[in-house]
Design a protein around this ligand. Structure first.
Ligand SMILES: Cc1cc2nc3c(=O)[nH]c(=O)nc-3n(C[C@H](O)[C@H](O)[C@H](O)COP(=O)(O)OP(=O)(O)OC[C@H]3O[C@@H](n4cnc5c(N)ncnc54)[C@H](O)[C@@H]3O)c2cc1C
Length: 471
């Protein structure tokens, strides 16, 4: 049989069930990637993430051709054109089956439904797999057969159902029949203009690199994860999120390799390891939320009463937040990290998102969009989940009256101000005591902005807005 593998957010060979099954069942295998600049923009994908995807397509193409699988990139206007392009390529090359790994966004599911119908009509075979989660979305259910909306019981059930067969992912590829098709990634016109200042050396492309990052992380740092994960100056987290988001590495590979150094124990043994696996389960939890509660994909809050919140909007405040000029050093350093790295530490994502939605009382959807437009690891479900958690509109959300104080957060998680100094150059010479909240005189002499809001008053304003919406 001759078949086609349609790559989407799974730009790797390792633990790629669509590719693996195509290789098992077919003599000749072709790969395709449908590139749509318009669709990337519609989904607010960051310019740096697109750059990362392009580099990873090049790496993938090189690996695939080693086993005689040519990768062809095709320009499509939008998701609507996918079925036609796929059908054309199957007809032109006499391919009789298509394989892909599922994506869970609403638009993606609609697109896939049309492709499946079109292929059935044309008597072509199709097989879909799940590569982004350990359990099929919707599989983990409460006793009443309902989807979970709280993480801890979800995780408990996740663990109860677990067995090592779920991580049976190792596979050795062998060469397929050689085709006449020449991979086109090096000559493909991506029509891409670099509009970011991200240091791409932080994110080397290719699955080999992702595995190196994973293995280095598992050698040492993971053992201190539960201690170091909240300190932004310590590189205590794996920084694998961009690779997971674009599918350069799979979550199953991450969990399997972590379990190997923890006697295959999921909820006992090394605290750092179990905590780290928890975070990957959080990722799966948010994918399930998006799958089971499609309203969150349509810009709706999970907590329906929060629809009634009267959000404010102030252009100058929005710009100050985006540019890292709020006058709150920890917030500003975090927002500048986002621009320079295309990534932000998790603790700071929570602090900046809560400041935006509570102290500034701005609509979480604006912040969610801005993050997506700038994150190398932009992942709709995790980003939406993180924003809805921080703004108390989501599942398992922070109670609305529990509002992080950015100055206390700064003193607790960056006590010496080392992280602030790394990004907020203007105040890098201030002492570790002053740096969290410089005096007016210091601000003037360092040319650093005054605070854009009063923390006490803005906190009360947020609580009042939530109370009003609730009653
Ligand atoms: C407002 C907000 C927005 C966010 N947006 C995104 C996003 O667009 N993409 C994204 O991948 N994560 C997002 N997160 C979750 C988290 O901040 C990042 O996954 C984490 O910082 C990535 O760094 P790391 O790879 O070093 O994580 P590690 O701490 O090493 O964790 C390992 C992996 O677990 C997953 N993970 C970790 N924490 C979370 C979490 N809280 N929720 C879901 N998955 C998690 C990630 O895939 C991560 O790579 C967001 C969190 C918040 C509060």
């Amino acid at each position: 049989m001759k078949s086609l593998v349609w790559f989407r957010s799974d730009l790797r060979m390792d633990d790629n069930p669509a590719l693996r099954n195509a290789c098992i069942e077919s003599d000749e295998v072709h790969g395709i990637y449908l590139y749509s600049k318009k669709q990337l923009k519609l989904h607010n994908e960051a310019n740096c993430k697109t750059e990362f995807i392009i580099e990873n397509l090049k790496a993938l193409s090189k690996s695939l051709i080693n086993i005689n699988i040519p990768l062809t990139i095709i320009n499509v206007d939008s998701f609507q054109n996918c079925e036609r392009e796929l059908l054309n390529i199957c007809n032109e090359r006499s391919l009789s089956k298509i394989y892909f790994n599922n994506q869970f966004g609403e638009d993606e599911q609609e697109r896939d439904k049309s492709v499946i119908e079109c292929f059935k009509k044309n008597n072509l075979d199709i097989s879909a797999f799940d590569d982004q989660v350990v359990y099929k979305p919707g599989f983990i259910k409460t006793g009443e057969g309902k989807p979970y909306s709280v993480f801890t019981p979800f995780k408990r059930r996740w663990i109860e159902n677990f067995n090592m067969d779920l991580l049976d992912i190792d596979f050795s590829y062998t060469q397929k029949v050689k085709t006449q098709i020449i991979p086109n990634v090096d000559n493909f016109e991506f029509d891409f203009k670099k509009q970011n200042i991200v240091n791409m050396e932080l994110w080397p492309a290719g699955e080999e690199q992702a595995l190196i990052i994973l293995n280095n992380y598992l050698k040492e740092k993971i053992f201190r994860y539960s201690i170091d994960r909240n300190d932004p100056i310590i590189d205590g987290t794996s920084r694998l999120s961009p690779y997971l988001a674009s599918g350069i590495i799979s979550p199953k590979r991450c969990i399997l390799e972590a379990l190997k150094i923890n006697n295959f124990e999921l909820d006992s043994g090394e605290k750092g390891i179990t905590k780290w696996i928890d975070e990957i389960v959080w990722r799966e939890f948010y994918k399930n939320i998006m799958y089971s509660f499609p309203r969150v994909s349509k810009g709706k809050p999970f907590q329906e009463y929060t629809n009634k919140i009267q959000w404010r909007f102030d252009e100058a405040e929005f710009t100050a937040w985006k540019d890292g000029n709020t006058g709150f050093p920890l917030i500003d350093s975090a927002m500048r990290q986002l621009k320079h790295e295309g990534w932000m530490h998790n603790r700071l994502r929570m602090v900046t998102a809560m400041f935006f939605t509570k102290n500034l009382l701005h609509d979480w959807r604006l912040g969610e969009k801005y993050f997506m437009e700038n994150l190398m690891d932009g992942d709709f479900s995790s980003n939406n989940g993180g924003w809805q958690w921080s703004s108390s509109t989501g599942t398992d959300a922070a109670p609305y009256f529990r509002i992080f104080n950015p100055l206390t957060q700064s003193k607790n998680f960056d006590p010496k101000g080392l992280f602030i100094k790394k990004y907020v150059d203007e105040i890098k010479d201030l002492s570790s005591k002053d740096i969290h909240d410089p005096s007016d005189h210091q601000r003037n002499s360092c040319n650093y902005p005054m605070r854009i809001c009063d923390l006490k008053q803005s906190r009360l304003r947020a609580i009042e807005a939530f109370n009003k919406a609730k009653n």
